[in-house]
Design a protein around this ligand. Structure first.
Ligand code: ADP
Length: 227
């Protein structure tokens, strides 16, 4: 669960990025976050990951009060969140399998668990046949599926997808959102930041529109795929 109460953030330069934002995203929800460049979307994500701390107000994520979270507890918070970036951020000299296994090895997960969990999430994103490929040999859409598998491998409570379709062929963008929706249907909360209004219109659901640091629209709309 994500909860922002009266949250403001001002950069050290004096630039106000978020202005008294109130927002609750319950466990199991899927929400799109939209807004023009400079609206405050990245700042919001950085607050949720505790890369930044609110200047004012209270931020809670997955049971952690981020205002009070000690530095040494930040990795615990981040293990409850899977993040997918626009630019994939895969390790080029590791195979698809090893890119996904990396996150589990980093936390010393048991080998037996890694050997069952990694193929499972790779097949979940439809890439079982590419497990031994390297990122450079995959399309943008496929690379983003690997990034999605990597975000999922720790079984996070929340997935934050920051413009996940920005570097993906438009036709393939829909498949990435379908995958995120499938993950959401299995219980994971999903927050997806996007510029692509066509995707939002097509899928519908909860749309949170941020403009100059404020939430100006937060409603559930019907999608074209439901008609
Ligand atoms: P978005 O992700 O919606 O494009 P941001 O959260 O990056 O918006 O930016 C919100 C506001 O904060 C903008 O006015 C931007 O110029 C400003 N901003 C972003 N990062 C910094 C920074 N590191 N230092 C100062 N101002 C920043």
């Amino acid at each position: 669960m994500v909860e922002l109460k009266n949250v403001s953030y001002t950069y050290p330069t004096g630039q106000h990025a978020l202005d008294h934002v109130n927002l609750t995203i319950n466990d199991g929800e899927f929400a799109f976050v939209v807004g023009t460049s400079g609206a405050g979307k990245s700042t919001l994500i950085k607050l949720l990951l505790r890369e930044l701390t609110a200047t004012e107000g209270e931020v809670r994520v997955n049971g952690y009060n981020l205002n009070k979270l000690k530095q040494r507890k930040i990795p615990d918070l981040r293990r409850t969140i899977g993040v997918v970036f626009q630019d994939f951020r895969l390790i080029p000299n590791l195979t698809v399998y090893d890119n996904v296994a990396f996150a589990l090895r980093a936390i010393d997960a048991p080998t037996k668990y890694i050997r069952s969990r990694v193929p499972y999430v790779i097949s979940l994103v439809g890439l079982a046949a590419k497990a031994k490929s390297y990122p450079d040999d995959l399309s943008g859409g496929e690379q983003q599926r690997v990034a999605l598998a990597r975000a999922l491998v720790n079984d996070p409570q929340l997935i934050i997808a920051d413009e996940p379709t920005g570097n993906v062929d438009p036709a393939r963008s829909y498949e990435i959102v379908e995958l995120l929706r499938g993950i959401n249907a299995c219980g994971t909360t999903v927050l997806m930041v996007t510029h692509q209004h066509d995707l939002v219109r097509y899928f519908g659901g909860r749309i949170i529109n941020i403009n100059t640091g404020s939430v100006i629209f937060d409603e559930v709309i019907g999608g074209a795929d439901e008609v």
